[in-house]
Design a protein around this ligand. Structure first.
Ligand SMILES: NC(=O)c1ccc[n+]([C@@H]2O[C@H](COP(=O)([O-])OP(=O)(O)OC[C@H]3O[C@@H](n4cnc5c(N)ncnc54)[C@H](O)[C@@H]3O)[C@@H](O)[C@H]2O)c1
Length: 214
C-alpha cells in the first residue's frame, strides 16, 4: 500500500510477469487509520492470511525547530511512526491464528548520527527501535518476531534528487567503512532474511545496513 499511485502500479506491472504470486497494490494513506485497517482487512481476505509485515512508509522532509508547529509535529509522527504500530495491530490476529509471524520495521541511521534538520523524523525513527523491542516482548509468546532494519544512506531516486550533491555523496563515502553506496537491494536482502525462517531466533533487535557509516 502507498500513496504514490503511478510508481506503485508500474512496480506491480514490472513484477507480475516474474513473480509466482502476483503482487497486489492498494492505494492507502497510512496516516488515515480507518483506511489502513480496511486495507489490511482487504489484503487478509485476498491472501487468506498475513505472515509477514514490512513497515516501510516514511517521509524525511527536512525541517528546522522553528518550522515545527503542533500540526506539523503530529503529521510527521503520523507519517513516520503511528502507522507502524497500527499496521502491527492489524496483522496480529492473522499471525496469532497462523502461530507465527515476522514483522520488520524500517528505522533510520539519522538519529544515531544526529543529522541536522530532521528533529521530528529522528524522534519517530528513534521510537521505532524502542517500539520494536516492546512489541517483540509482547508478541514473542505467539511466535511473532519483530525487528528493525536501520538503513544508512541508501541510493534511491528521492535521495539522489533531494539531497545528494556530488560533494555530499563523497562526504558520506568518506564516513563509511565500505566505500560503495548502499543500494535498495541491500536493504531488501536484510528484510528477506529477517522475514525468513533462517532468522527464526532473531527478534527484538536492530540490524544496521549502513556500510559502517560513522
Ligand atoms: N533512503 C535512505 O537513505 C534511508 C535512510 C534511512 C532510513 N530510510 C528508511 O527506509 C524506508 C524506505 O525509504 P526510501 O528511501 O525508500 O523512502 P521513499 O521516500 O523513497 O519511499 C517511502 C515510501 O513511503 C510512501 N509514503 C509516504 N507517505 C505515505 C503515506 N502517508 N501513506 C502511504 N505511503 C506513504 C511514499 O509514497 C514512498 O513510496 C523509510 O522508512 C525510510 O525512513 C531510508
Amino acid at each position: 500500500m502507498d500513496i504514490a499511485d503511478g510508481p506503485s502500479r508500474a512496480l506491480v506491472d514490472r513484477l507480475t510477469p516474474v513473480c509466482e504470486q502476483a503482487p497486489i497494490y492498494a492505494p492507502c494513506d497510512l496516516t488515515d487509520l480507518e483506511s489502513l485497517a480496511a486495507t489490511f482487512a482487504g489484503f487478509e481476505r485476498a491472501l487468506g492470511g498475513i505472515d509477514i509485515l514490512v513497515n516501510n512508509a516514511a517521509n524525511d522532509d527536512r525541517h528546522t525547530c522553528e518550522e515545527v508547529t503542533p500540526a506539523y509535529w503530529d503529521n510527521r509522527i503520523n507519517v513516520n511512526l503511528r502507522h507502524q504500530f497500527f499496521a502491527v495491530r492489524a496483522v496480529i490476529p492473522a499471525m496469532q491464528r497462523a502461530g507465527r509471524g515476522a514483522i520488520v520495521n524500517l528505522g533510520s541511521i539519522s538519529w544515531h548520527l544526529a543529522l541536522p534538520h530532521l528533529v521530528v523524523y529522528q524522534t519517530a525513527k528513534a521510537a521505532i527501535e524502542g517500539m520494536t523491542r516492546a512489541l517483540a516482548r509482547d508478541l514473542g509468546m505467539h511466535n511473532i518476531r519483530v525487528n528493525t532494519i536501520v538503513p544508512g544512506a541508501v541510493k534511491t531516486p528521492r535521495q539522489d534528487a533531494l539531497w545528494h550533491s556530488e560533494g555530499e555523496t563523497q562526504r558520506i563515502l568518506d564516513s563509511q567503512c565500505l566505500k560503495e553506496r548502499v543500494m535498495p537491494s541491500d536493504i531488501a536482502a536484510m528484510a528477506l532474511f529477517l522475514a525468513s525462517d533462517d532468522a527464526r531466533m532473531c527478534t527484538a533487535h536492530s540490524y544496521f545496513v549502513d556500510a559502517g557509516w560513522r
